[in-house]
Structure formats: structure tokens, C-alpha cells
Ligand binder design. Structure first.
Ligand SMILES: [Fe+2]
Length: 257
């Protein structure tokens, strides 16, 4: 857990927390970084107030995570695509799914920052205020429930497998539920900001369409949970937006036909 990158991340987080502490934004994202390169990518607002996921994920964590960390990935991605001819016109999905085909100098910045932008956008949309329709608990969608039962035995076994992948991811990274090309579901984990769309980066066995993703970087939970990643994971299930997951499965099925 004390790799140089996570240490740097913690230092950055501490500095960001001090900055955010002086800002009086309760439900607005923290102010975005100054002198950010303009476009082509921009930070969308969170789909809910920063305090909407409380008590499971606190407002300050959301403000820093979204307004500072996510913004930084976007700024760095914009810098990277501006430095290579032709990249500015590509969509985010084109960039991250075809990293191996990009100019060599763009590959690592796009992998880290394009991955960071895609993963975080996906993460915000994977959650919703606890107590809302279809939030937390078990999925009601028949196709999603059937896919989970078929792949893992039952919902609790899926939850255990996903939780294990998230807990055991060494250092920083993500746990994912994916739909594979044959339509079957699987749990995988990726390091840093890699994701299951990244051809040539992620092993073929771990590739597929992401349906659900959990950020287990320390910046996602440290303010509230410190080193207690398993507690963060257990609490996170209360804010999972199952209708969003079901919609992704439906879209993946259509794409495969
Ligand atoms: Fe994150």
C-alpha cells in the first residue's frame, strides 16, 4: 500500500483536503484547478449533490475526488491529446480501447489519464443516493439477476467475489463486473486506471464491457475510512445504482448482436 504512487497520491490528497477545507461548498463540487488546458475533454457535474451518498461516502471525499482528482485526469488527458496530431478528434472510448495503436509518446498518458477520466465518469454513474429506487440491496432486473446467478451461483456469492477482488487489489486500482463477448458475466480487477476496455493492456481473459466498477484508490475512501478498505467496500453496496447496471447489460447485449 506504500508504493511511491500511493504515497504521492496521499500527499496530494492531504493538500487538496486543506484547500477544500477553506472552501465553503457543501453540495457543489470543489473549484476546478486553475490554468487547466481547455478541451477537448471537460468535467461533467456529478449526477447528484456531493453529499447525496452520505453516510456511506462523505461530501468532502466526493468534492475532492470529483473536483480535484477527476479534473486532474482530464487536464492531463487534454495536454496529452494536444501533443499528438490527430488525437484531439478521437472519442474517449476510441482512445482508451486502442491505446496500443496510438503514437508511443501518447500511450502512457492516455492509459493513465484517459483511463482515469473514463473510469471516474463510469463510477459516478454507478452510484445514486441510498434509499432511491433500485439503489443498494439486490438488483431487480431479471436479465441482470439471471446473469449473476448463472455466473456466480447467487447474489451473495457474486458480492463476495467482487468484494474479494476489490480488497485484494494491491495498491491502487478497480474491481469490475463485466459482460464478456459471449454475454456471460465475470468479476475482474485492474491496476491503476486500467479498465476492461483496454485491448492490448488488460489480459484478454479480463476484457469485456464494464457493468459496474469500484474505485479502490485510497483517494476514494481515505478521509472517512483511512486504511479500512473492507469497510468502505461494505458500505459502498448501499449506493450501487442497479438500474444503471441493468441498462449497461442491456446495451451490451444489443451491441453484441
Ligand atoms: Fe478515483
Amino acid at each position: 500500500m506504500h508504493t511511491p504512487s500511493s504515497r504521492r497520491e496521499f500527499i496530494a490528497l492531504t493538500a487538496a483536503a486543506a484547500l477544500a477545507g477553506s472552501a465553503r461548498a457543501q453540495s457543489k463540487p470543489a473549484a476546478t484547478a486553475a490554468a487547466a488546458p481547455s478541451g477537448p475533454f471537460a468535467l461533467d457535474p456529478l449526477p447528484y449533490a456531493a453529499n447525496a451518498l452520505e453516510p456511506h461516502i462523505d461530501a468532502k471525499t466526493m468534492e475532492i475526488h470529483h473536483g480535484k482528482h477527476h479534473q486532474a485526469y482530464i487536464n492531463n488527458l487534454n495536454t496529452a491529446v494536444k501533443a499528438s496530431a490527430g488525437l484531439e478528434k478521437k472519442s474517449l472510448e476510441e482512445l482508451i480501447s486502442g491505446i496500443s495503436f496510438l503514437p508511443e509518446s501518447a500511450q502512457m498518458p492516455v492509459r493513465n489519464n484517459g483511463g482515469g477520466h473514463w473510469n471516474h465518469t463510469f463510477f459516478w454513474e454507478s452510484m445514486a443516493a441510498p434509499g432511491g429506487v433500485g439503489v443498494g440491496g439486490t438488483p431487480e432486473d431479471a436479465a441482470l439477476s439471471a446473469g449473476i446467478t448463472k455466473a456466480f451461483g447467487d447474489f451473495d456469492k457474486f458480492k463476495a467475489k467482487f468484494g474479494e477482488a476489490a480488497t485484494k487489489r494491491f495498491g491502487s486500482g478497480w474491481a469490475w463486473l463485466i459482460a464478456k463477448e459471449d454475454g456471460s458475466l465475470a468479476v475482474v480487477s485492474t491496476p491503476n486506471q486500467d479498465n476492461p476496455l483496454m485491448q492490448g493492456i488488460v489480459p484478454n481473459t479480463d476484457r469485456g464491457t464494464p457493468l459496474l466498477g469500484l474505485d479502490v484508490w485510497e483517494h476514494a475512501y481515505y478521509l472517512n475510512y483511512q486504511n479500512r478498505r473492507p469497510e468502505y467496500i461494505a458500505a459502498w453496496w448501499n449506493v450501487v445504482n442497479w438500474p444503471a447496471v441493468a441498462a449497461r447489460l442491456k446495451a451490451a447485449g444489443k451491441k453484441g448482436k
